[in-house]
Ligand binder design. Structure first.
Ligand code: ZN
Length: 671
């Protein structure tokens, strides 16, 4: 049997090969279409079981298989898989566009809507969501426009995939071999060992540096050689642009995406893409988003200017009279060292990944009563681990894969994705399964990987998304886990989890020096904590810069107006305190908005942080590892998924509407 089609077991990653993909997708699409046709022709009055559940089952079947393919394409990319993925991506996009425009299915939802009081609250939310979904899918368009809509959707799918491919290829293609020992001064030993291994693997002498995070960032932070920092910074900044290898240039891809998104919105009668995207968000209009961002920018600007002044000052003591972009991370590290008297490298020695994982599980045990156990499952790479989660009564709740380390042909960044979503149909049910993916420094032989504090935060963040997916108690497939949650609220559970990385009670337990095996001394933790808001003004402005660029790009730009580099410059004129060089091509690798789901939605991070900081402030009031607060958070937010609006869930948990004050306080942006 085609291993992709097995439903009696977890994904069979050790048996799947590229040849299985097209037959599996073809078969499911064919079967689903048959069922959809039957539903269309059914003369009986539509109800939940003869209509909605049947549709949900079709969706679940296809999504489960497709998610395995999407995942493999992201973490084990190769040419053959890529081609097959792209071919099937178009089939999937077409399938969903056609379904989204199916008038008789839409009419059946309208029929349910007329009798909405007969359904429970969750079902009511699904019906409303579906109807909006059909409208946004173009169900009301005349035939010729429907066709146009479908073509645009397909084109956009292709372009997003192309954007990601260009990025991955341009990162993979680049490397910098250093054989002169003088040039690598200042870079920590473990980073150099990794660079040496990479050189050896390429049958070269010396140290090989690449553009993945674990290689690139430490060079920026530690290399005393300014030219080396600049060379690598330049390569990093121009990747996938017209200033790098032209084969992987994303310029036209971006222009096409902007144009097509604007066209899509116009087809549906919206002024621009942002207006259309915001239909399903907490925020109502792009003006509201921009006001929110500018207000936060105003509150951060003075702090950011001070951050920059400090950098300029310390630059002088290192003989740097003109601070450039490739000096920022380096001088920041020096300044941090000087101000707080520790280096990131000191901290790292206490954070072996296994100990961190253990600590993370302990937090989840304390606040939610969860237990974790590593068990066997089929995996796609030897680095991958698989875990099972049980509740306090030993009942299995869900499972997840953990793929922690950077490697070639793996998409950069960190993310959570759904492998299987929870549902309960009459004679068929499933528990949720998640993919947690990071790109940390791979361990050297026989040693653990040492995580930076930032990376610990990243792991907690993704784990937070994971819990949102895994702790759902909703059996309705369409709104279980993170499905159906407004996009600008999705970062609530993830950013919420980050807070625990700043608690002594957590760090004390979660740290163990790689050699002495002792936990982190309180004095070092105090220094770390003091540094928490180091440059938070500058970092907040940077997030706002990306967010403003994104929302304006998707509300002001179209085919006639597509000079996105100009827009970025204008946004920077307004708010930035650091000006990267003119040749910096940040948008060309801004996957979140061009290949991920964050288009006109990057502001979500800050928007949801208002919610996550405020939610955490309740833990600060009751006790940070309080089971009482944890149980409430789980009950009102994590377990509810998209079964009601994010605002309703928030108010149920906090007892009032969200306030921005905890966010400002957490970032030290308040006097
Ligand atoms: Zn996130």
């Amino acid at each position: 049997m085609n291993p992709l089609l097995r439903r009696d077991t977890l994904p069979c990653f050790e048996q799947i090969n590229t040849a299985h993909i097209s037959p599996a997708i073809n078969k499911i699409i064919h079967e689903n279409k048959k069922i959809i046709k039957e539903i269309e022709l059914d003369n009986e009055e539509p109800n939940w079981s003869n209509f909605v559940s049947r549709l949900e089952k079709c969706d679940e079947k296809l999504s489960r298989v497709w998610s395995q393919i999407v995942h493999l394409n992201s973490v084990m990319n190769n040419n053959k898989l890529r081609n097959t993925y792209n071919k099937n991506l178009i089939k999937i996009t077409t399938y969903y566009s056609e379904l989204g425009q199916n008038e008789s299915i839409y009419q059946k939802f309208e029929q349910l809507n007329k009798r909405i009081d007969q359904f429970n609250k969750i079902q009511q939310k699904i019906i409303k969501d579906e109807i909006l979904g059909f409208k946004l899918g173009g169900v009301g368009l005349p035939k010729i426009k429907k066709k146009e809509y479908k073509e645009i959707k397909n084109e956009l799918s292709k372009l997003s995939a192309k954007f990601e491919e260009n990025l991955l290829d341009s990162i993979n293609k680049y490397n910098l071999l250093i054989s002169d020992k003088e040039k690598i001064k200042g870079i920590p030993e473990d980073i150099l060992n990794n660079a040496k291994n990479k050189a050896r693997a390429a049958k070269k002498q010396g140290w090989l540096f690449t553009l993945d995070f674990p290689s690139y960032v430490p060079v920026q932070q530690y290399a005393d050689d300014r030219q080396l920092r600049k060379d690598l910074y330049r390569a990093y900044s121009v990747k996938a642009s017209e200033l790098g290898d032209l084969k992987f240039d994303n310029t036209k891809v971006i222009q096409q995406i902007i144009k097509l998104k604007a066209n899509l919105a116009h087809l549906l009668g919206y002024k621009n893409y942002a207006e259309m995207a915001l239909q399903t968000r907490m925020a109502n209009t792009s003006a509201e988003v921009i006001t929110f961002l500018l207000d936060l920018a105003n509150k951060s600007k003075l702090f950011a200017k001070k951050d920059m002044d400090d950098l300029i000052k310390i630059g002088k003591t290192f003989g740097i009279n003109n601070v450039e972009a490739w000096d920022i991370a380096y001088l920041s590290e020096k300044l941090k060292n000087h101000k707080f008297n520790f280096s990131e490298n000191d901290i790292k020695q206490y954070f072996p990944d296994n100990k961190i994982l253990e600590g993370l599980f302990k937090v989840a045990k304390k606040i939610y009563g969860l237990k974790f156990q590593q068990i066997k499952a089929e995996i796609w790479h030897a680095d991958v681990r698989f875990f099972e989660i049980k509740d306090q009564f030993n009942k299995t709740i869900g499972q997840f894969y953990l793929d922690l380390y950077a490697r070639k042909n793996k998409r950069s960044g960190a993310w959570m994705d759904e492998a299987i979503s929870k549902y309960n149909f009459d004679n068929d049910s499933a528990l949720p399964v998640a993919f947690l993916t990071c790109n940390f420094t791979p361990p050297l032989k026989g040693q653990p990987s040492l995580l930076k504090h930032d990376e610990v935060i990243t792991l907690f963040h993704e784990f937070g998304h994971g819990l949102h997916h895994l702790l759902t108690e909703i059996n309705e497939y369409t709104v279980s886990g993170i499905k159906g949650v407004e996009w600008d609220a999705v970062e609530l559970p993830s950013q919420f989890m980050e807070n625990f990385c700043w608690e002594w009670s957590v760090i004390k337990d979660m740290s163990e020096h790689i050699e002495t095996k002792e936990s982190m001394p309180k004095s070092l933790f105090t220094k770390l904590l003091k540094s928490k808001n180091f440059q938070s003004g500058m970092q907040t402005l940077r997030q706002i810069e990306f967010s403003l660029f994104d929302i304006k790009l998707h509300s002001e730009f179209d085919a006639k107006n597509d000079n996105f580099m100009n827009l970025l410059e204008r946004v920077r004129d307004d708010i930035a305190v650091i000006r990267p060089p003119k040749w910096n091509r940040f948008p060309h690798s801004f996957s979140h908005i061009f290949a991920g789901g964050y288009a006109a939605g990057y502001y979500s991070y800050k928007w949801a942080e208002v919610l996550s900081a405020d939610a955490y402030s309740k833990f600060e009031e009751i006790g940070v590892l309080s089971k009482e607060a944890g149980d409430q958070f789980r009950k009102e937010i994590l377990s509810k998924g998209g079964s009601r609006s994010a605002l309703e869930s928030f108010i149920a948990f906090r007892g009032r509407e969200p306030s921005i004050n905890p966010l400002l306080k957490h970032h030290g942006l308040k006097d």
